[in-house]
Design a protein. Sequence first.
Length: 385
Amino acid sequence: MSLKYIYLDNAATSFPKPPCVIESVHTYLTQIGSSPARSAHSLSIASGQILYEARFSLAKLLGQEREERIIFGANATAMLNAAIYGVIGVGDKVVSTNLEHNSVMRPLMHLSSTRHIKLTQIPATPTCTLNLSCLESALKGAKVCVCVYANNVSGAVLPIRDIYALCLKHNVIFILDASQAVGHLPLRADDADIICASCHKGLYAPSALGFMSLNPSFDEARLQSFMQGGSGSKSEESLQPAFLPDKYESGTPNMCAIAGLKAGLEWIEQNGGIEALHTYEMSLYKRLYWGLSECDNVILYSIESKQCVGNVSFNIKGKSPKEVGLMLDREFGILTRAGLHCSPLTHKSMGSFELGGSVRLSVGAFNSIEEIDYTLQAVASLAKS
């Protein structure tokens, strides 16, 4: 191959970034560089305009009627922690699944010991599907349900609208982890009470930026303010402002990432929108999935589905996933992620936990058919050796 490497780790962070994202970050650093809402000079105003436009564009993508209900933070993990700790009280009954990332599971396990919550985790099938009847039974008497939209190991997608309908029926707050889905799958601000996600995957922003979107009908009084500090507003008052987004945003925002997010959202729109990009990614995913399914000695954990994201997990019989990942990198220049993917319960559901996890290939908008075919040849070669 003439390429130096093939990047198939887009589920961790999308790469490469669109050129406009790089240019936007460079422009911010070299021509603006100031903090928003901290000063009245022209550069601070320009920075504030970037922040406003990024928030407005993200709200537009989500069909969010009120852009002030888009809250920015350090990453998806920070936003999920803010939502989970902000709505769950001592002794509350909480429902989740065993398909969750550690960004959900670990806060809930911590609250099990510190706030003595009653946690029910709905088991998934080996193909990462849920029994909605079991879920509804568990929701009775619960205060909060937290679950993932798209699983980061298998790429399987949960029926979030059905889940939210059950939550509404039983007056349960629904927190949705959309980190693997945003920018790939249809997502609306009214698909959950609180949506949390990262910006460095499907939205093409630099790392260290996440967001939380509050449903227009959700009463934010039910979500405690999780951080207090400088907001650039109401500085004469000793308490955090009660209005949005300032109630939940303190400290200097990551303007490099926000400038990149603004450009990433523009790039998505200029390239046909989420549906067009996802259609292309699914063409690569299907080629990868069916190619792996025909390889001898390959154990395939993902399933071919109309509703999934571009993550394919597999193992090679007789080889550990980390060994395979290392060989793909060193011998073929193919960059993957091998291991438990911060989602150990998913691997227990799929039967891959005792093997040390799996090798995950995750396609993106900048991958090509030629790269997929080369990857299939590489895996087939390793599976024969």
